[in-house]
Design a protein around this ligand. Structure first.
Ligand SMILES: C[S@@+](CC[C@H](N)C(=O)[O-])C[C@H]1O[C@@H](n2cnc3c(N)ncnc32)[C@H](O)[C@@H]1O
Length: 351
């Protein structure tokens, strides 16, 4: 999987356990990003709807969530990867924009990315393998990039890994049904079915994924956009339609509250951190009728603090804003169920 800001790699086992404890067979992963949480839910047997506004995330979701490993011809997939690997280099948009004008990849790899991406379109556009091959290319490109993990800048000196030759791998697909939904979470949420568990992992602050991962966005859209600045960001990054209400302080809180109101889920789990614009207290207050429990993790160890937002008589108690630099999982739903699910959350969740 690609390097991704805010990726919940270390929370995946906890989220998987919460899903299992809820006995969930259906789940939504809104703001799915790399899809690693959706993949874990699918691995544990749930039918998952993976939602994100980024084009590259949609490709990942179509590959790992919507594709059923049982229905994909593995031999055909391997042959397709071999065919793409053999494509002779092309001096195209990636080589010019991301290797010469900027330095995200070394030109010898940029030329291969250009060639492979062209061939994916010309030879596999109508194939069910299309998103799987795109995913393979994105992950291969990520392994030889020259950044610190975001694409607002590239390293002054080539990263050692960028000297390695780009190599496609066969993505490990999962068996079972699933759905990839591209679009704004606020628009998509009312169209989603009722599910057992909804997981929400919105952006925390002003850092936009559209600009942080503009190279991946362009590689998937393959629209050779006009660009600006030393980082060669897409010019359409300046257009309001590419902005997310979750990246603006003034709109983040109300957008999240609206989103939660529009979801139909037995159990809702929301990730926030204390670097988030929405405070834990404000988020808890959104769940008017539901019981809420909070699992808190710091960057080194599992705190184990299950902060009871309700006392035994069911009254809302306490403030939690004293917690610093921590990640919270806010779990909301019917009281007895939420308590049971959270009480057994794995303590092995050292971050
Ligand atoms: C914190 S990241 C999610 C990381 C993900 N849970 C993972 O582990 O990879 C937030 C995600 O929200 C997406 N996003 C931002 N604004 C959005 C919106 N309005 N609707 C849907 N997705 C959005 C971004 O593209 C990004 O992938």
């Amino acid at each position: 999987m690609i390097k991704y800001l805010g990726s919940k790699r270390r929370l995946v086992p906890v989220l998987g356990e919460l899903l299992a404890r809820a006995g969930a067979t259906t789940a939504i992963d809104l703001f799915t990003g790399t899809t690693r949480v959706a993949q874990e839910f699918k691995r544990r047997g749930a039918e998952v709807w993976a939602v994100d506004s980024a084009a590259y995330s949609r490709a990942f979701a179509e590959c790992y969530v919507a594709s059923d490993a049982e229905g994909v011809d593995r031999a055909k997939l391997e042959a397709a990867i071999e065919h793409l690997e053999a494509a002779p280099g092309v001096d195209g948009y990636v080589t010019e924009t991301f290797c010469r004008r900027s330095r995200y990849f070394q030109p010898f790899n940029g030329m291969r990315i250009d060639a492979i991406r062209d061939a994916i379109d010309s030879d596999f556009r109508a194939s069910p393998l299309y998103p799987v091959l795109l995913t393979s290319l994105l992950e291969a490109a990520d392994r030889v990039d020259s950044t610190t993990g975001v694409q607002m800048a590239y390293l002054k000196e080539w990263a050692p890994r960028s000297s390695q030759p780009l190599q496609l791998r066969v993505p490990e697909l999962l068996a079972g049904p699933g759905h990839a939904v591209g679009g704004d979470a606020l628009t998509v949420a009312p169209t989603l079915p009722e599910v057992d568990v909804a997981y929400l992992d919105p952006p925390y602050n002003q850092h936009r994924y559209f600009t942080n991962y503009h190279v991946w966005e362009t590689l998937v859209r393959w629209d050779a956009p006009a660009h600006y600045g030393v980082a060669c960001k897409r010019l359409d990054a300046r257009e309001p339609r590419t902005h997310s209400p979750f990246n603006t302080r003034a709109t983040m809180g109300t957008a999240l509250a609206e989103l939660i109101r529009n979801l139909r889920a037995r159990v809702t789990i929301v990730s926030i951190s204390d670097e988030s614009w929405v405070s834990l207290d404000d988020l808890v207050a959104v769940f008017e009728t539901d019981a809420v429990e909070v699992l808190t993790f710091d960057s080194r160890r599992y705190v184990g603090a299950q902060i009871g937002i309700f006392n035994p008589s069911g009254e809302r108690v306490g403030r939690v804003s004293h917690l610093r630099n921590r990640e919270h999982l806010v779990v909301a739903g019917e009281r007895t169920e939420v308590r049971e699910i959270v009480a057994s959350a794995p303590a092995a969740a050292a971050l």
